[in-house]
Design a binder for this molecule. Structure first.
Ligand code: GLA
Length: 391
């Protein structure tokens, strides 16, 4: 048990006056390439990061769930019952627990749950595009399953977590985040086929590090232009006569535009998605071939497309990427996640990593003095699972 888990166990003991019986964890993720493709039935190339949400638990003999978070210090546990519809938070301060409640609601519609006391902690930065909410949902589902003495396939857990986010929290996200958190393989990135949900692992090329940099700019998904982009993609697919843009080609897009079935904006949005699906499959081939330079170039192209044709970047993301690309040893850099703020991901040759992180932070602060660019160098972590509670 490491210090973070020990602190969580101590807080559990102090709050509930009893010992937890089990613990689980679920990681955040970074997407190397394949952005805004998941809800188009396309391809992504994520890996889990070395930051996670942890939950310790103890089953109860009734149907009550109590939960508190070390990330919400000083707040009493939120309590709800598993009998019937679970009401959402009434105060903004308790909204974090909606991810727990939504997961309980959706899971409770599938299997018979029992009440439990939960304590959670996390070091995935909140709202920064590294899937803190997916990690919380996946960890909650695993905790509730453990409390009920049940288990489910990790892909099924990911789908339930996505449903919690879509139907309870109200964010119309795809499956990328939850599937990454639930199913990642230690030491590997993975090609994710968002139609079949097949995952094919591939190691990162030797001699490079994945560096995540947080712009410090926050933008909630619910009130962002995310849903608008999604609707534009769906309208584009309809105009092309395909179920999803996964089935479209660049040639088909041109023809539809020429025939007046796609306007200039719809064409630009769809072109990004179709090109990004191609880039993501090419990036997977680069991983297989150990070609870090070619992978970096695809990441650069992805960012340019997200900036110019999909228009989901912002000045902070564009600046951070431009600074990264100006630094020695950087092979490629792009925004990661939904965009509009949040993080970039860069591929950096190992000997250059220390200089890269120092200069990136310094130069970004010169441009955006109000922002603190947290920087994380991360390996590829394992997907969600149990955590040992033994000392
Ligand atoms: C967010 C969503 C994902 C995905 C990405 C963009 O992270 O939760 O489903 O759509 O944005 O690739």
């Amino acid at each position: 048990m490491d210090q973070r888990t020990r602190d969580l166990v101590a807080a559990f003991r102090a709050t509930y006056q009893t010992e937890p019986t089990a613990a689980v964890r679920a990681p955040g993720r970074v997407n190397l390439i394949g952005e805004h493709t998941d809800y188009n039935d396309g391809f992504c190339l994520p890996m889990a990061i070395e930051r996670d949400v942890r939950v310790v638990l103890r089953p109860r003999s009734d149907a009550t769930v109590r939960v508190f978070s070390l990330q919400e210090p000083g707040r009493p546990p939120v309590a709800f019952t598993l009998d019937g519809a679970i009401p959402k938070a009434v105060t903004p301060a308790d909204r974090w627990a909606d991810y727990v409640k939504g997961s309980a609601q959706v899971l409770g519609g599938t299997v018979a749950l029992r009440g439990c006391d939960l304590a959670l902690t996390g070091d995935v930065p909140l709202g920064s595009g590294l899937s803190s909410s997916a990690a919380l949902e996946v960890a909650t589902i695993r905790a509730l399953l453990a409390a009920a003495g049940l288990s489910l396939d990790p892909v099924v857990i990911a789908k339930l977590a996505q449903r919690a986010e879509n139907s309870y929290v109200g964010t119309n996200c795809g499956i990328l985040d939850q599937l990454s958190s639930s199913c990642a393989t230690l030491g590997q990135a993975m090609l994710m086929d968002c139609r079949s949900l097949a995952l094919t692992p591939a190691p990162l090329p030797a001699g490079v590090a994945v560096v995540i940099a947080d712009t410090g700019k926050r933008r909630g998904l619910v009130d962002s232009a995310y849903n608008e982009r999604r609707a534009q993609c769906e309208a584009g697919a309809k105009a092309l006569g395909v179920s999803h843009l996964r089935d479209a080609t660049l040639h088909g897009l041109w023809q539809a535009a020429k025939a007046g079935r796609l306007d200039a904006l719809a064409l630009a949005r769809c072109q990004h998605v179709v090109a990004e699906n191609g880039r993501t499959q090419a990036a997977f081939a680069c991983l297989r071939a150990g070609d870090a330079e070619a992978l970096g170039q695809l990441m650069d192209q992805s960012h340019a497309d997200l900036r110019d044709r999909f228009e989901v970047t912002c000045p902070e993301l564009d600046d951070l990427v431009a600074i990264a690309r100006s630094l020695p040893g950087c092979l490629g850099s792009r925004m990661t996640g939904a965009g509009f703020g949040g993080c970039t991901v860069s591929l950096v040759s190992l000997p250059a990593v220390a200089g890269f992180t120092a200069s990136l932070g310094l130069k970004y602060r010169q441009l955006h003095p109000a922002m603190t660019p947290a920087i994380y160098v991360t390996g590829a972590a394992a997907g969600a699972g149990p955590l040992p509670l033994a000392p």
